[in-house]
Design a protein around this ligand. Sequence first.
Ligand code: NAP
Length: 220
Amino acid sequence: MKTGEIKMETSVLETIIGGSRLGIMGGTFDPIHYGHLVAAETARIELKLDKVLFIPTGTPPHKIYRQVTDAHLRHEMVEMAINSNRNFKVSGLEIEREGPTYTIDTLRILHDIFPEQELFFITGTDALRELLTWRHPEEIIKLARIVGASRPGYDSRNLLTKINRRYPFTKDRISELEVPALAISSTDIRTRVKNNKSIRYLLPDEIRLFIKDNKLYQNK
Ligand code: NAP
């Protein structure tokens, strides 16, 4: 994202965000589904968040070699999915940024804009397995509390204990949120589309039709 665009995005964010606890929902959202929406709503209620800001990734550093749907299409799907919830917002902060998008850069920007807000970075527990290999993990964990949304049956206690033991600075800064609806997964949805299987009821119907109209995930 260029400087002018960051300023514009910043002013958009400033007008929409209030309160003292801000959830940041980080993900590729390829596509967004009910599991993500329930995870965000569960986090909002359990962690008493004022708002949850969805930030679709631009070029995820760990997916340089995997084909990811165009960021603007993923952003549009998120926008449609959260449209009816005034507590959910979406930001294009990452999608216009050139090169790989690192979480630390996003958190630094958000911390500058909202210095008084406590930030909660919410993402899949699977993604957090690699957290300590991300750029500047220590600073990430200082800037935001980390929340791992886990699928049913996924026990992340070992992972969290291991991280806490090895890196004492992470103590009390990383937590788990079990979200039964995360039995739904973007990978499964993409595979279903590819194999001509139904994705009805796994995600909002508008998104299902958007996927169909834009012929997403069809290539064999
Ligand atoms: P991923 O590897 O695609 O996802 C890993 C798992 O977590 C998948 O099972 C995924 O399920 C789930 N997941 C992802 N986001 C979720 C969310 N917000 N809520 C619930 N489950 C979620 O991970 P990703 O989506 O690309 O990246 C996750 C976040 O980590 C992004 O914000 C990304 O920028 C950040 N990240 C940063 C770095 C770095 O700074 N170096 C490196 C890697 C990731 P679905 O497939 O169903 O979503």
